[in-house]
Design a protein around this ligand. Structure first.
Ligand SMILES: O=C(NC/C=C/[C@H]1O[C@@H](n2cnc(C(F)(F)F)c2)[C@H](O)[C@@H]1O)c1cc([N+](=O)[O-])cc(O)c1O
Ligand SMILES: [Mg+2]
Length: 214
């Protein structure tokens, strides 16, 4: 049967990127998505904003919701110092299988823990599973109607602390209106919008950075 787009993306990485070199994995995926097949990676333009926020926060504990093929997982993990941990959550086993191989090819498997499951089930188990108290940084890039319920769940599970940073992809396209309304109007968050473009296109999109105020 015909391969899937994630499988074709992985093949491009294995054939064209330098093993153990995260930057070359990132560039190979961006080239593939621009010249062969578009895919819903955060991309190079928004990816540079993601990089700058990760460097600014330099998190000890980080959570990514929505691994997909592992592109943003590699972008984040390559910037984390040793001894830090990126937990990435993926619901779809086929996507998780591809992402594991992309992360491994980039040589970042020791910095990343990919967990398969639904956010509603896994978020309440994070503390006991990983022995963490709170997350310094959360990147939201999963189903857009899950952004709001999942940050409320993170709050409810006391997994956020004063100063925890949330960075959300696609707040314009496809859009996350309820999430945006909440983080921009809640007294528990200070938010700012980073205007950019939908990956590999000229369509407007952006990232919303929100600081949890406790
Ligand atoms: O729909 C988009 N993204 C949805 C992304 C969804 C991804 O998040 C996973 N997930 C679901 N729940 C979890 C949890 F939380 F359980 F881990 C993880 C899904 O299996 C999928 O791999 C999207 C669409 C466009 N676009 O232009 O259409 C552009 C983008 O950048 C996008 O991110
Ligand atoms: Mg996205």
């Amino acid at each position: 049967t015909r391969s899937t787009r994630p499988q074709r993306l992985l093949k491009a990485v294995q054939e064209k990127a330098m093993k153990g070199d995260p930057q070359s994995v990132i560039s190979t995926i961006d080239y593939f998505c621009r010249h062969s097949e578009w895919a819903m990676n955060v991309g190079d333009e928004k990816g540079s904003i993601l990089d700058s926020v990760v460097c600014e926060v330099s998190p000890t504990t980080a959570l990514e919701l929505g691994t997909y093929c592992g592109y943003s997982t590699v972008r984040i993990a390559r910037l984390l110092p040793p001894g830090t941990q990126l937990i990435t959550l993926e619901f779809n086993p086929a996507f998780a299988a591809v992402a594991r191989q992309v992360i491994e090819y980039a040589g970042l498997h020791n910095k990343v823990c990919l967990v398969e499951g639904a956010s509603g089930d896994m978020i309440p188990k994070m503390r006991e599973m990983f022995g963490i108290k709170t997350f310094d940084f959360v990147f939201l890039d999963h189903w857009k109607d899950r952004y709001l319920p999942d940050i409320k769940l993170l709050e409810g599970c006391q997994l956020l602390r004063k100063g925890s940073i949330l960075l959300a992809d696609n707040v314009i396209c496809p859009g996350t209106p309820e999430y945006l309304e909440y983080v921009r109007n809640s007294p528990h968050y200070k938010s700012m919008y980073y205007k950019s473009h939908l990956e590999y296109t000229k369509v407007e999109d952006g990232l919303e950075k929100s600081v949890f105020l406790g």
